[in-house]
Design a protein. Structure first.
Length: 138
């Protein structure tokens, strides 16, 4: 809310230069989007989620070691794929990195993980997703 204390603190931090607002470049954003598609999390990540991942890639390329603080399993999954460190806040975090596939539970047709339609194009049943592959997170 614009008149709340957190909002005022945010504005003061930006004005003083202690907080800088950044937008990622197209190459790092492309890499984050590509990794999210490969893992099958593209439909679950927002534009802001992808920007966070892309900014972390840019920080790493600049010689920094960023850590993404999130409880979002999809962000953690893609961050792990990109080799970016993350830390959960209120959950235990992911234990396995999952690659997802979308499928029809009625006719068993498989679709790419980034297939945007909600329904099976063959029989019209609502699609679900399941893990296609798993690898441990160290």
């Amino acid at each position: 809310m614009p008149d709340s204390l957190p909002w005022l603190r945010f504005g003061a931090a930006v004005e003083s230069g202690r907080l800088k607002l950044r937008v990622p470049g197209t190459e790092s954003l492309r890499r984050a989007e590509e990794a999210s598609r490969e893992m099958g999390d593209a439909l679950l990540l927002s534009d802001v989620d992808l920007q966070v991942l892309a900014l972390a890639l840019e920080q790493e390329a600049a010689g920094n070691r960023p850590t993404i603080a999130t409880d979002d399993y999809s962000i953690q999954n893609v961050a792990h794929r990109l080799g970016l460190p993350f830390t959960p806040l209120a959950t235990f975090g992911i234990r396995l990195r999952l690659t997802w596939v979308r499928y029809c539970p009625a006719c068993h047709r498989k679709y790419p993980p980034d297939y945007r339609d909600r329904l099976c194009r063959v029989c019209g049943t609502e699609l679900k997703r399941k893990p296609l592959g798993k690898s441990p997170v160290h």
